[in-house]
Design a protein around this ligand. Structure first.
Ligand code: ATR
Length: 283
């Protein structure tokens, strides 16, 4: 399929920028620009590599000029401290991945939370309320997933992370009435248990030789569905293995799409065409 010609920028073109380091591998410019072109919107999305010293000035300048964008590693916490109107998700996670100008103020959201909520519902095939979830990993991605799960009213979250103190920090942060959150240093410690869903938020699966984040042959933990935050061009070995066992499983591309779609709604006040985004990511 041939790409639609890029529209010529005008004096009214809104600039959207991904700020982080590194940014050159990011797929956000590819699918955000595809969505802009499909809807004929006068905007352009670029990726700007920047250090912590430059981030606040760039973010404020781009937003004040009527634009916005995303923030990625390692600046999400700094962005949370820079925006003037942090969303509830930003306040609770301490991380901001989307910024824009609205009513004269710089707003920030953490759309990784909305992206995680959408992907969880999709793989479960229902709203997550009452579900029992095994979460593998306890870093930044895990934080957004726990926030989404706690909001959705799951019954239990078991966080397994090799550095168990980090898991304990997340459990403390998202403690909420009605949600049981407990921690373990590995999924083996949960042997004999059954979960509706396992979510991999570790980096395992990014490299070809990586072990599986949860090996169904080696652990006695039963799961009903699998969601991977990791994605590669060809999917992930973990989601392939789970699907081969007849379980619903989706990789991190869906969360990438859903967090980007949530950001697009904040910036433009309309839904992006998800089919166009999916095609752009396939190419
Ligand atoms: P992100 O922002 O993508 O979540 P991160 O904050 O660096 O990245 O977190 C990476 C997660 O992957 C952590 O939970 C990390 O475990 P530790 O907290 O013990 O470091 C986990 N991780 C990375 N490499 C791993 C490995 N080889 N085995 C198990 N867990 C791993």
């Amino acid at each position: 399929m041939s790409a639609a010609p890029a529209p010529t920028p005008t004096a009214g073109t809104r600039l959207f920028a991904l700020l982080g380091d590194p940014v050159s591998h990011s797929l956000s410019p590819t699918f955000q620009n595809a969505a802009l072109r499909a809807l004929g919107l006068d905007g352009v999305y670029v990726a700007l590599r920047c250090g912590a010293d430059e981030l606040p000035g760039l973010l404020r300048g781009i937003a004040r000029a009527g634009g916005g964008g995303n923030v990625t590693v390692p600046h999400k916490a700094l962005a949370a401290a820079t925006v003037e109107r942090p969303s509830d998700a930003v306040r609770r996670t301490g991380a901001c991945n989307a910024y824009w100008l609205e009513d004269g103020a710089i707003h920030g959201d953490n759309t990784d939370v909305a992206g995680a909520a959408a992907a969880v519902s999709l793989v479960l095939g229902r709203a997550p309320a009452g579900a029992r979830v095994l979460l593998l990993g306890a870093g930044g991605a895990a934080s957004a997933v726990v926030c989404a799960l706690a909001d959705a009213g799951v019954e239990r979250i078991a966080i397994a992370n090799r550095t168990v103190e980090r898991a304990g920090g997340l459990a403390e942060r998202y403690r909420a009435p009605g949600v049981r959150i407990d921690v373990a240093d590995s999924a083996d410690a949960l042997s004999g248990e059954r979960f509706d869903l396992a979510v991999n938020t570790t980096s395992l699966g990014l490299k070809p030789g990586d072990p599986l984040p949860l090996d169904p042959d080696a652990t006695r933990v039963e799961i009903g569905a699998a969601l991977d935050v990791v994605y590669t061009r060809t999917g992930t070995r973990w989601t392939d293995e789970m699907r081969a066992r007849g379980l619903p499983a989706i990789d991190g591309k869906e969360m990438l799409i859903q967090q980007g779609a949530a950001a697009f709604r904040r910036w433009w006040g309309m839904d992006p065409p998800l089919d166009v985004i999916r095609v752009a990511l396939e190419e």
